[in-house]
Design a binder for this molecule. Structure first.
Ligand code: XIL
Length: 345
C-alpha cells in the first residue's frame, strides 16, 4: 500500500507531456498522423520536376498524392499502342520515396480521352466490340502496371449527370450500362488489393445525383462487383452555401460498407481576394475536414492542388481563383491554419 502511494505521488509529481492528440499539429502530415486519416494533394507533374520549393512542400505536408493529369488516358496512351508512363512513374516513385500513398486517377472517364479513341468511335472505325476490348485492355494494363503501388483507384469518374440520369458518355452509349460492372471487375483482377472507387462532383449536396449514385453502388454490390469506396470531389466555392448535409451523405454511403474519401477538395472564390473571403474559405475547408473526421469510414482528405500557383480553377471558372491552401508563394493562407486546428470528433 505504502509503495503504491509513493508510486502515485511520483506519477502525480511528474509533469506529463501533453497527449499527442492535444497539441497543435506542426503541419498537415502531423495532422494526418494525429487524426489517423490520410491527407493528400493532386500533383502537377511539371512542377514536381521543375520547382524545388513545390516539391519540398508537397513532400513535407502530404501523406497521399493523386496525379492531376499524368494518369489520364490521353497522358498514358496518346497514340494507340504507344504508352507514355514516364510522368505517372515519376509520381509513383516520388511518393514511395516520401512515404506517401497514391490514388490512381482515373481509369474510366469521358474527358481527356486520347484523340485516336474519340475520333475512331466518331467515324465508326472503332465499333462497339472493339471499343469494349480497348477499354478492357486499358483498365487491365494500367491497373496491372501499378499493381501494389496504388492504394485506391478512381475506377469510374463522373458517370452521373446533375439531374440524376446516367451520363451519355461513349462508354454508356456504345457499351450499355453493364460497362461499369465490367471495369470494376477488370480493375480488381489486375490489382486485387487496390480499393476501387466511384468518384464524382456535386455529390456533396445534389440529391438526384446522390440517389442515383447510391443505387449504382447497391446494384453493383447485389451483383457481387468489387466496389470499395465513394469519392467526393469536393470542388466548392464560397459564393455558394457550404453543403451542410455532407456528413450525412457520407454516412449513407458508409452504411453500404464503402470507404469514403474527399478526393479533389478546393474552395474557389470570385476574384479579387479579400481578407473576408479568405476567412470564409478557411471555414469551408475546416467544415469539410470536420465532416470527414465525423464519419468513421472517411479515410482520406485530398486537395486538388495545394498552391494557388498551380490550380485548375482560373482556367476553368472565369473570374474565379485562389482556391488552395497556400498562396502563389507557398505561404499558408487562413485555410491552411484552419485545417491544423481541426480536432478529431
Ligand atoms: C482537371 C485538371 O486539374 C486540369 O489540369 C485539366 O486540364 C482538366 O482536369 N474533376 C476531375 C479532375 O476528376 O480530373 C479534373 O482535373 C477536375 C475536375
Amino acid at each position: 500500500m505504502k509503495s503504491l502511494i509513493i508510486a502515485l505521488a511520483l506519477v502525480a509529481a511528474i509533469p506529463l507531456p501533453a497527449h499527442a492528440d492535444h497539441r497543435t499539429p506542426r503541419d498537415l502530415r502531423d495532422l494526418a498522423h494525429q487524426t489517423g486519416i490520410r491527407i493528400g494533394s493532386a500533383v502537377d507533374i511539371a512542377s514536381l520536376r521543375d520547382e524545388a520549393d513545390y516539391r519540398k512542400v508537397l513532400n513535407r505536408e502530404f501523406t497521399h498524392v493523386t496525379a492531376e493529369n499524368a494518369m489520364k488516358w490521353e497522358s498514358v496512351e496518346p497514340e494507340r499502342g504507344v504508352f507514355t508512363w514516364a510522368d505517372a512513374d515519376a509520381l509513383v516513385d516520388n511518393a514511395r520515396r516520401n512515404n506517401q500513398k497514391v490514388r490512381g486517377h482515373t481509369l474510366v472517364w469521358h474527358n481527356q480521352l486520347p484523340a485516336w479513341l474519340t475520333t475512331g468511335v466518331e467515324n465508326g472505325t472503332i465499333d462497339a466490340a472493339e471499343l469494349r476490348n480497348i477499354l478492357r485492355d486499358h483498365v487491365t494494363t494500367q491497373a496491372r502496371r501499378y499493381k501494389g503501388k496504388i492504394r485506391a483507384w478512381d475506377v469510374v469518374n463522373e458517370v452521373v449527370n446533375d439531374d440524376g440520369t446516367m451520363r451519355q458518355s461513349i462508354w454508356l452509349t456504345h457499351l450499355g450500362p453493364g460497362y461499369i460492372a465490367d471495369v470494376f471487375r477488370w480493375a480488381h483482377r489486375a490489382d486485387p488489393h487496390a480499393k476501387l472507387y466511384i468518384n464524382d462532383y456535386n455529390l456533396e449536396w445534389n440529391v438526384p445525383k446522390i440517389e442515383t449514385t447510391l443505387s449504382i453502388v447497391k446494384d453493383l454490390q447485389a451483383q457481387g462487383v468489387p466496389i470499395h469506396g465513394i469519392g467526393f470531389q469536393g470542388h466548392l466555392g464560397i459564393q455558394y452555401d457550404y453543403p451542410g448535409d455532407w456528413a450525412n451523405v457520407m454516412r449513407r454511403f458508409a452504411d453500404l460498407g464503402l470507404e469514403v474519401a474527399v478526393t479533389e477538395m478546393d474552395v474557389r472564390m470570385v476574384l479579387p481576394v479579400t481578407p473576408e473571403k479568405l476567412t470564409t474559405q478557411a471555414e469551408y475547408y475546416q467544415r469539410a475536414l470536420t465532416d470527414c473526421l465525423s464519419v468513421k469510414a472517411c479515410r482520406e482528405f485530398t486537395v486538388w492542388g495545394f498552391t494557388d500557383r498551380h490550380s485548375w480553377v482560373p482556367g476553368w471558372f472565369e473570374g474565379e481563383g485562389a482556391a488552395c491552401l497556400l498562396d502563389e508563394n507557398l505561404a499558408p493562407k487562413p485555410a491552411y491554419h484552419a485545417l491544423l486546428g481541426v480536432k478529431k470528433a
